[in-house]
Structures are given as structure tokens and as C-alpha cells.
Design a protein around this ligand. Structure first.
Ligand code: DX5
Ligand code: ZN
Length: 215
């Protein structure tokens, strides 16, 4: 079982972003999760390429870029240029998902698909072989600090079965409402990567919280 933590910078203090990245560098964190929101695909705007370029300058862990934007194809090259190592696009935002995932892979980075809470796992059946990661949203995307949707456990199990049945090595990532209390059951259900925003950045001891998330 892979056990990775991808701390989400969305919950960091943006005035102290450099310090947040340095803290992650020194911690047991595995990937740095970067949430890009356009105010159209989701009802919120976060940050884009210029900020990611700065993060990349000091980050010692791979940048896991979660694109919550419409027409992600228009920006794939830009996000690779500023340092993305993994690019995930929403199933719901892609009309030609095969083309989009192929384009990400052609740019030399890992390709991922994200499913909103209402999107069934079964829709990945014919595209899973192109997915390095699949992220199951366990909250409705757009904001940090929301409550975990319990139905996600059923989706993890279903996705794990689909991956195993097809002898693939796709990683299952869970995003939203992850904390020290539910981390173990999520890994046990089949998750490989846990995204954690507020759990890490609201913690009085983020180093220990990252450790606890991996226990
Ligand atoms: C939400 C983002 C998440 C967010 C998670 O749309 O995709 O990555 O940062 O935040 P928490 O861990 O606080 O739910
Ligand atoms: Zn995210």
C-alpha cells in the first residue's frame, strides 16, 4: 500500500507561502497539492501560474496541480513550464478526456483525472489505462475546510476493484475533508494519496499532523 500525503497550500497563509513550502520540505509530506480555481468551474478563484512558478523555486517535493478550471487544455503547457509534476483535470470539465490526458503525458508529466462527488467511478472504465492518478473529490470542489462526504468510501472500493481488475498501477487520491481521524480508514479502503489542507495548516504542529496522517 502506498501511503502518501499531499498537503494542500490552499489552506496556507498566502502572505507566508514561502514559509509554508519550507515547512513541507522539512516534513514527511510527499507531494505539494496546488489548487487552481477559475471562478467558473468552481465558485472561487485561487491562484495561477505566476504563484506556482514561485513555489517551484523552493519546493523539494513534486507539485501536484489540481486544475479546477474550464478548458484546461488551453493551459497545460503553461502549467508544465512553471513546474507541475502531476496535472489533474476534472472529468466534468473535459469534452475530450482522451485527448487531454494524452496531451499531459506528451508534456512529460503525470496525468490525473478528478471526479466530483456526483460523478460515478464507472465513467472511467475506458480511460483508466491513461490515468496515473484518479482523484475522488470527497467534498464539492472550491473551498478548503469542508466536511468529508462518507459515500466516498464506496467509490474508493469500486475504483480499487476496477484498477486491480485491469492490472493497472493507477494511484487513488482523496481530496477534501481528510484529517487524522479518517486517514487510516481511507488508506484501508484503498486510497494511496491523501490531500490535506486545513488538517495540516490549521494544526498547531503541522509536522506531527503530516506524520499522523501517514501512520
Ligand atoms: C477543494 C480543494 C482541496 C482543498 C482541501 O476544492 O481541491 O484540495 O484544499 O481542503 P481540506 O483538506 O481543508 O478539505
Ligand atoms: Zn485539490
Amino acid at each position: 500500500m502506498t501511503k502518501k500525503v499531499a498537503a494542500s497550500l490552499l489552506s496556507a497563509d498566502f502572505l507566508e507561502l514561502g514559509k509554508a513550502v519550507e515547512m513541507l520540505n522539512e516534513s514527511e509530506n510527499d507531494w505539494i497539492h496546488v489548487d487552481v480555481m477559475d471562478g467558473e468551474f468552481v465558485p472561487n478563484i485561487s491562484f495561477g501560474q505566476p504563484v506556482i512558478k514561485c513555489i517551484k523555486k523552493i519546493a523539494k517535493q513534486p507539485l501536484d496541480v489540481h486544475l479546477m478550471i474550464v478548458e484546461p487544455d488551453r493551459y497545460l503547457n503553461d502549467f508544465v513550464k512553471v513546474g507541475a509534476d502531476i496535472i489533474s483535470v476534472h472529468y466534468e470539465a473535459c469534452r475530450h478526456l482522451h485527448r487531454t490526458l494524452s496531451a499531459i503525458k506528451d508534456l512529460g508529466v503525470m496525468a490525473g483525472v478528478v471526479l466530483n462527488p456526483h460523478t460515478p467511478v464507472s465513467c472511467l472504465k475506458d480511460i483508466l489505462y491513461l490515468c496515473d492518478t484518479v482523484t475522488l473529490m470527497s467534498v464539492n470542489p472550491g473551498f478548503g475546510g469542508q466536511k468529508f462526504i462518507e459515500h466516498t468510501y464506496d467509490k474508493i472500493k469500486e475504483l480499487k476493484e476496477l484498477i486491480t481488475k485491469n492490472s493497472l498501477s493507477t494511484l487513488i487520491e482523496i481530496d477534501g475533508g481528510v484529517n487524522v481521524q479518517n486517514a487510516t480508514s481511507l488508506y484501508q479502503a484503498g486510497a494511496d494519496v491523501l490531500v490535506a489542507g486545513s488538517a495540516v495548516f490549521s494544526s498547531p504542529n503541522p509536522y506531527q499532523t503530516i506524520k499522523d496522517l501517514k501512520k
